[in-house]
Design a protein around this ligand. Structure first.
Ligand code: ADP
Ligand code: MG
Length: 301
């Protein structure tokens, strides 16, 4: 086992941030820790990385106990904290040399160059960290997490605050690295998990509410499908309700409707036909992605 967490509980004052959490992650897995803000994701990661002691419970990382072997645990882990604290006045190369020194690496120059290569930092390596874009700052964060070649990577919301292109680049990087490491990454975005993780652990109010292969969890979404449609001109609710396949509908703004569709039926073509017949125009039409809130509601019911 690469990461074993047993009955971890963390109490801040009177608040339980983690409530009896147990997890087993084997070598080579990329696991997504999915949960809304305040669920306890960062707290769990800080405990696993020995930055915070648990109130009770145990964790063993790469065979080392967080309570008694914190030095070995830290050596086994690469950690990208949520805030990605970097020294903005340092240059990229200088910073990575510094981190390599902290880890007591012998082949510093070589490792720094390898990390710059691996994370695609060469174009920006002469800049001060403070002058980098957020995406490149995340690359520096990943490079510092990887420089001592740890077995386990703990990444706390690694793509939060990045623009869509940067998100794709960082996800690609994580996936590449993931073929040789065990990764636990946190996110509040379902699509992130679908894009990179083989397994999902869903956490809510400090408790694990689901732990399964990603495909099994996404298959839970086989309930009624929602279609969002916006017309140019107003439409009578009763007229829409008559369209075959429409089970239920709610207003979703001016001339916009959220339509619940019966299993297996796609009413999109009928909606277009309806618009044409009534001299109306469809301005937009989309299938609604199930939100994490819906998944939570189902799982915590
Ligand atoms: P997440 O990373 O999932 O957003 P956190 O682990 O940061 O969640 O927080 C879990 C809960 O614990 C939240 O309700 C948060 O307010 C609380 N919390 C986190 N850190 C502290 C702290 N140092 N002192 C008191 N409460 C905290
Ligand atoms: Mg957090």
């Amino acid at each position: 086992m690469s990461v074993t967490v047993e009955q971890l509980t963390k109490v801040y004052g009177s608040q339980k941030a983690l409530d009896n959490v147990s997890i087993d992650i084997v070598k080579g897995e990329i696991v997504g820790l999915l949960g809304p803000n305040g669920a306890g994701k960062s707290t769990l990661m800080k405990i696993i990385t020995c930055y915070l002691p648990p109130t009770s419970g145990e964790a063993v990382i790469n065979g080392f106990d967080i309570a008694t072997e914190s030095m070995q645990v830290r050596r086994s882990i690469g950690y990208l904290p949520e805030s990605n604290p970097l020294y903005y006045d340092m240059h990229v190369k200088e910073f990575l040399h510094f981190i390599a020194g902290v880890h007591g690496l012998k082949n510093r120059k070589e490792r720094v160059n390898e990390m710059i290569e691996m994370t695609g930092l060469h174009v920006e390596m002469k800049k001060k960290i403070g002058a980098l874009s957020k995406g490149f700052k995340q690359r520096v964060g990943l490079a510092q997490a990887l420089i001592h070649d740890p077995e386990v990577l703990i990444l706390d919301e690694p793509t939060s605050g990045l623009d869509p292109n940067q998100i794709i680049e960082i996800r690609g990087l994580i996936k590449n690295v993931g073929s040789q490491k065990t990764i636990l990454l946190s996110t509040h975005i379902m699509q992130e998990v679908e894009a990179i993780c083989s397994r999902v652990i869903i956490i809510d109010k400090g408790k694990i509410v689901a732990d399964d292969k990603t495909e099994n969890l996404t298959n839970l979404f086989t309930g009624p499908e929602m279609i969002l449609v916006e017309f140019e001109q107003s439409v009578a609710k009763d007229a829409l309700k008559k369209i075959q396949g429409v089970k239920n509908l709610h207003s979703a703004g001016t001339n916009a409707w959220k339509i619940e569709v019966g299993a297996g039926s796609d009413v999109r073509k009928s909606l277009f036909d309806f618009a044409v017949k009534t001299n109306n125009t469809v301005l937009s039409l989309s299938k609604e992605k199930h939100s994490i809130e819906e998944l939570f509601q189902r799982l915590t019911k």
